[in-house]
Design a protein around this ligand. Sequence first.
Ligand code: C2E
Ligand code: CA
Ligand code: CA
Length: 686
Amino acid sequence: MQKAFHVENHLGFRILRWVLIVALLSGIAVSTVQVVLDAQRVSSELERQAAQTMTMVRDAATQAVFSIDETLAQQVVDGLFALEPIHMASITHPNGDELGGRLRPLQELDFRPITDLFFGSVREYREALNRSTNTDITYGYLEIHYDTAPVAEIWLSRALVTFTSGIVIALILGFVLFIVFHLLLTSPLLRIVHSVKKVDPAHPDDRLLSVPKGHQADELGLWVNATNNLLVAIADSQQRHREAEDRASQLARFDSLTGLPSRDVFMEELRQDIQAAQAEHGSVALMVCGIDDFKSVNDQCGFRTGDTILQTVASRMSANLSSDRFSIARLGSDQFVIVEKKLRDGFQAAETAEKVLAGFASPINAGNHRISMTATIGIALYPSDAEEADRLLQSAEQTMALAKQNGHNHFQFYVASIDQAIRERKQMEKDLARALANHEFHLVYQPQINLETKRIIGAEALLRWNHPEYGLVPPDTFIPVSEANGSIVDIGQWVLEQACWQAARWASEGLHLRIAVNLSAVQLRQDAIVDDILATLEKHKIPAGRLELEVTETSFMTNLTDAVAKLHRLHRAGISIAVDDFGTGYSSLTYLKQMPVQHLKIDKQFIRDLLVNEEDTRIANTIIDLGRSLNLTVVAEGVETAEQEHYLTQRGCKLAQGYFFSRPLLPKDFESFIQTFHANIVENDA
Ligand code: C2E
Ligand code: CA
Ligand code: CA
């Protein structure tokens, strides 16, 4: 606790007090000595004066007693009274009879009680009177009494001056000393204290003390410099202490062989990752990766080789997996663990696992050995498999152990159904990759009918995959997969190519139709997409007006300006754009106005329950009205009944497609459908 800084604790104040006391005491002492010495001098001066006076009147007095001349005696006495201090004078016979004498009262002065102490009130002198011829005979006595007051008065005034000047000099000296002390010592000391207060205990060398001006060479300067050296030394020692602590915690926090985080650090991070995922309703994958047969490599090639393998595996993993989405740690001797954050779905984790397994593929150089390794991975997902870090790790470890029993060099998911689904999807990706080359795709065409004229104005091209094993695979199953792995770009180009080829063929047979082709969001993101589309049209000599591209609202959302620019280029070239599945996505008027869109396709989910579900009917009506007010043609898809067709027609919807008119058809069937359909209309009209 700091003591309050009272005035009486000021060094300057204490110095002042002491200097004043000492100066006063010594002033008083010196003055007293001076005054006492002066008193002695005055005293002896008095004696001398008395002796002089005696000598002066002695002859006359002796003459008076010798001749017994009273008049003379009285004259001598009266003469003495001309001197101020004379109090009494008498000339007497040896028998005591007075021949002449006089007395006047002592001067009454205030200071007498003091000065009488020094000098006495009266000084008495008595001298025998004899003649020089015969000193043995005494003729009488001369007696003089001096009043001490007149000399004492002079002495006293001198003493007062001496005292006062002594004290005044002492006071002046005291103050001068105090000021000198203040300037030389207390004020620079206070400045030093001020800068000491600013020293940061955590970083004592950040702000060293400053030497007060003019004190560089004196004791204060030396002191400040010594203190600064001490501060630097303290900072230095603190720094070394911190470094030692860091090294110690580094050792505890990281695996010394691979430099990867230790289990404790990893678990702590995993908990945080889980918390973060929980906050944003995201997922996390935890993969435990065990090296296959590591023990036998260790036994055969030695620990050193084993260490090199572990280090290589660790550095390959770190190089393959970016640190912002993945964290890697070493769990046990031959086990690594990987956390994948911001996980889209299990498929993404499967891709990561494949990447990790691929990292083992190239042989590892360890000493003289070139060793090929494989690994097995167990995957657990947050939140579906476990919600806490420990449980999640346990699940992944179990899965890894289980997977090792089923063979090497593969990965497995904790939940069997997920594992199955992901395996199937992986298989589908593989199959899809071959499908184009194997000519497993073909297109079917669904007619689009003008509800007013009841004529076929075009067709939507829809993709079909004829899987060699499973037969027809629905596009809703494989298109998302091909969008996720990017193969939709090539597949989509094939669709466009095929549709244009078909349109050109029909045109050559006199069948001029507008073909609608679905354009995936992934395709629209490709830089070359516009050029590719225009080149395809060119190649098949199809007028741009014959092509319609169906895009979904989600296609715009990832990069609106880019999408707008591309669609504008396509539109300027003469291609028409339809918004597919309208009503299921964002359906924002703001972007709709920016888009060069000509058609809105009401999604089939609203048509299905048209006239049954009020909500769906309202949405369909709203889209029709919106289309009218924005001057866009509205297409209803999924029309299955005459009621739906009737309602849409009288509600003002322009175009429609659906099973009510026709299912999507092979080109051959489409051609015959057109003929019968138009023949029917002619019949009806007739
Ligand atoms: P979509 O573009 O909305 O296509 C309309 C879907 O509705 C087609 O399913 C069509 O067969 C179906 N449909 C037509 N009329 C009716 C009807 O009256 N009732 C019912 N219940 N359904 C009807 P499909 O062919 O299975 O295609 C599904 C989705 O696959 C398409 O939805 C489209 O998003 C996508 N797709 C199909 N072909 C391609 C393609 O070549 N490229 C791209 N990117 N996507 C395609
Ligand atoms: Ca479509
Ligand atoms: Ca649709």
